[in-house]
Ligand binder design. Structure first.
Ligand SMILES: [Ca+2]
Ligand SMILES: [Ca+2]
Length: 166
């Protein structure tokens, strides 16, 4: 009788030790394997091709850059967009590009030409460049697509910046 209780206790203790060891080692592995992933909306530039004094075409160039380690994901989980936001707050997507992987240091460039911009317009639209992730990106079991800094995922510029270029 005593022996069997001791045996149960010993087995239980051994099992507890095993669990602790497993938990610790898996945490260590995660910490070691976790890469530093960070994509950023790096720049949003305007260039003007004047047709008349206060009238012309505007090229908007947005650059997304991988400033971390290699970004590796799967299809349908990430998109970069250049959007226009009107003075009344209406948002229109101008260019959109889906992607899957982006190696360290690589960029994605989005370009859009606004035809017939009038710099006399009092309330011009603004423009925003952004990286959009699916909501499950941090719980999909893949650490290679977990952006470490969401604060640098968006860049916004006012249309009045364009008017100054005329
Ligand atoms: Ca993930
Ligand atoms: Ca980021």
């Amino acid at each position: 009788m005593k022996k069997s209780i001791l045996s149960i206790l010993t087995t239980g203790f051994a099992f507890l030790l095993f669990c602790l060891a497993a938990a610790c080692s898996s945490d260590d592995n995660k910490a070691d394997a976790k890469p530093y992933i960070d994509l950023t909306a790096e720049s949003l530039e305007f260039s003007v091709e004047k047709i008349e004094d206060f009238f012309g075409n505007v090229t908007i160039t947005g650059t997304i850059k991988n400033i971390g380690e290699d970004y590796q994901s799967s299809e349908g989980k990430q998109t970069v967009r250049l959007v226009e936001r009107s003075a009344t707050g209406q948002v229109t997507t101008l260019v959109e590009q889906k992607f899957v992987n982006l190696a360290a240091g690589e960029t994605i460039v989005l370009e859009y030409v606004v035809q017939g911009w009038r710099s006399s317009e009092e309330f011009p639209p603004g423009f925003q460049l952004g990286i959009y992730y699916e909501p499950d990106i941090y719980i999909d079991g893949n650490p290679n697509n977990d952006d470490a800094n969401p604060k640098n995922d968006f860049l916004e510029k006012k249309g009045t910046e364009i008017n100054k270029l005329f």
